[in-house]
Design a protein around this ligand. Structure first.
Ligand SMILES: [Zn+2]
Length: 151
């Protein structure tokens, strides 16, 4: 009888211990669940932000492409209106001068080769009646307007 009681006691203790362990693990699960929920919320927020940034970038890109298209159309228009002789002259210089085919004159100096130009050439550039080229490097010279300086 006594030994049976003892066994029962031990069994009870084991059950208690097991219940405590279950309660502890349930608490752990609960905490982990909270962490998961918090992370999921953060992921959702991050995804939303990514979406909105992407939408903004797309809108800007669309705008840039539209502007670009306008510039292309304008460029084609200008080329078609241009004097063909002047155009081939320009293109010949452009072959070697690339983006500095036409350069401004500042302080009576060519901004392609940075050498000073003589008074006669300078006067021609100021007049602006003919296409004037730099006597040193051959680039097309133009006077910088207020609008150009503002850029
Ligand atoms: Zn020059």
């Amino acid at each position: 009888m006594k030994s049976l009681q003892l066994e029962e006691e031990i069994a009870k203790e084991q059950v208690n211990f097991a219940n405590e362990e279950i309660a502890r693990l349930e608490k752990v699960v609960e905490v982990k669940q909270e962490v998961i929920e918090k992370l999921q919320t953060e992921i959702a927020t991050a995804n939303e932000q990514t979406e909105s940034v992407k939408a903004e970038v797309d809108a800007v890109l669309t705008q840039i492409n539209a502007e670009r298209q306008k510039v292309f159309v304008k460029k084609d228009e200008l080329i078609s209106k241009m004097n063909q002789k002047g155009l081939s002259f320009y293109q010949k210089i452009r072959r070697w001068a690339k983006n500095t085919t036409a350069v401004p004159v500042k302080n009576q100096a060519c901004y392609g080769c940075f050498l000073a130009i003589n008074d006669k050439t300078y006067a021609e550039v100021i007049k602006g009646e003919e296409i004037t080229t730099c006597p040193h490097c051959g680039r097309i010279l133009y006077m910088e307007t207020q609008e150009d300086t503002a850029k």
